[in-house]
Design a protein around this ligand. Structure first.
Ligand code: NAP
Length: 448
């Protein structure tokens, strides 16, 4: 195959980066290098989509084809800003696309938030998804739990908590995570919205799935529906309200777990360390349209609080960042520096538009960015005398992990799954991942 005319670097091998690679390699004059700090591709598809949502995960099968394409290289274990800089990438590629997502979480900023038993849903999701950086979580002694926020992340964590653990057997969860869910003995889970059900951002299929979990009795305080004019709502919201009303009217004899939706409440304090309770304040929408407390409080007895109130992106060294909106400023995917287009730099996914949208949203987003890349490359042409970034990394003893390394991890996960009569079981320990990456590596061990 003749050498590609253009070389594009993508930073981040999650769905948005891989969709961008897919659109780029629709042309045969394009080669794409996809960098990731982990030895495993797929980002939130692997470490964010709930393990019991296998159908969404099957997107990975389609995206695997992108990584298999001869014009694409997966370069794992390369951290942007540490192993490779913005300037190095701009000297080695004709275009650089940042696709790093939003890796931090928002905080409630209430007293007690850092007590044991209070965690971000992000950390909880990372744990049950087998992320190698995740801290082990314990459900020992947790009878009552709360998810703060009424978006899809809150729905995901609530569903995992109320689900019969046997129903998780078919997932790819690591063995110790599954064991922890089996040990758990939850009786009550609250999902807490600081506004009304008509303002919740969860989507209907996700809500319906949660509300129809076998053995779960759902309650919603009837006054939550007061003053809502259904006719003025959009279809999704109207259907959500119907799902909530029907679920709360459904009798579930001898429920295994009770699931309570509490609206118009916001957390104001977490009591105890470890957490033994959460103080909620009733809320209203003030004349300025913002949520305001009424001063009326109540206490929920909970031993686990998961804040699912949204994600936050992190600034990349040397790359413009809008701290207010938490994104890299851009126009049609082109990075803006001080309001002007930064040549050859692009952005896609949550770092471009904020942490909103489902996996599929990234496809149209990537299309827009790639159109900008293609148009600009046609005008600017290739960078003269591109440097060899991967060669320079190897010379510094930081040879990236490869797609073949990832294949070895995948095979080991399939073998581990087979020995437990499961399709796959995730390997979450860094030392095991590194062992699989280093094995058969001609140059010997890879430095950490
Ligand atoms: P989200 O949809 O933005 O929901 C965040 C929730 O937190 C909102 O209910 C918000 O209330 C609330 N909140 C924010 N700050 C708060 C505070 N200080 N105190 C109390 N509540 C607060 O975000 P997300 O659930 O993290 O989801 C992120 C994106 O991923 C979404 O687009 C989601 O659809 C997607 N996702 C999809 C799936 C799926 O398709 N299955 C699964 C997971 C995630 P306000 O509305 O009042 O601000």
């Amino acid at each position: 195959m003749p050498p590609a005319r253009f070389r594009v670097a993508i930073v981040g091998a999650g769905p948005s980066g891989l969709f961008a690679a897919q659109f780029l390699t629709g042309r045969d004059d394009m080669a794409v290098d996809i960098f990731d700090r982990l030895p495993t591709p797929y980002g939130l598809l692997r470490y964010g989509v709930a393990p019991d949502h296998a159908s969404i995960k099957s997107v990975a099968t389609a995206l695997a084809r992108v990584l298999e394409a001869p014009a694409v290289r997966f370069l794992g274990m390369v951290t942007f800003g540490r192993d490779v800089t913005r300037d190095e990438l701009l000297a080695g590629y004709d275009a650089v696309i940042y696709a790093v997502g939003a890796s931090e979480d928002l905080r409630m900023r209430v007293p007690g938030e850092d007590a044991a038993g209070s965690r971000s849903a992000r950390a909880f999701v990372a744990w049950y998804s087998g992320h190698p950086d995740a801290e082990p979580q314990s459900l020992a002694g947790v009878r009552q739990a709360a998810a703060v926020g009424v978006g899809n992340v809150a729905v995901d964590v609530a569903r995992l908590l109320v689900k019969e653990p046997l129903a998780l057997d078919a997932t790819d969860m690591p063995a110790d995570v599954l064991a922890e869910f089996r040990r758990a003995a939850l009786t009550d889970v609250w999902v807490i919205g600081r506004r009304g059900p008509q303002h919740a951002s969860f989507t209907t299929p996700e809500l319906r799935e949660l509300c129809s979990t076998p053995g779960v009795r759902v309650s919603v305080q009837p006054e939550s529906f007061d003053w809502i004019e259904d006719d003025l709502l959009d279809r999704r919201t109207r259907t959500n309200l119907t799902v909530l009303r029907e679920a709360s009217e459904r009798e579930v004899p001898d429920p295994r777990v009770r699931l309570h939706f509490l609206f118009w409440r916001r957390p104001v304090e977490l009591r105890g360390d470890p957490v033994s309770g959460m103080v909620l304040e009733r809320t209203v929408v003030g004349p300025d349209g913002r949520v305001a407390g009424t001063g009326e409080t109540e206490r929920l007895p909970v031993q686990l609080v998961l804040r699912a109130i949204g994600y936050r992106a992190v600034e990349l060294p040397g790359v413009p960042f809008d701290h207010e909106s938490g994104v890299i400023p851009s126009a049609q995917g082109r990075v803006l520096r001080d309001g002007l287009v930064a040549p050859r730099e692009y952005v896609v996914g949550w770092i471009k538009r904020g942490p909103v949208g489902v996996i599929g949203t990234n496809k149209s987003d990537a299309k827009e960015t790639v159109q900008a890349v293609m148009a600009d490359l046609a005008e600017l042409g290739p960078v003269p005398e591109r440097s060899d970034v991967v060669g320079a990394l190897a010379a510094r003893g930081r040879a990236p992990s490869t797609f073949e390394d990832w294949r070895r991890i995948e095979l080991a996960e399939a073998n581990r799954g087979a020995s437990h009569e499961r399709e796959r079981m995730k390997i979450e320990a860094w030392h095991e991942l590194l062992d699989l990456v280093q094995r058969e590596r001609p140059g010997g061990p890879l430095p950490n």
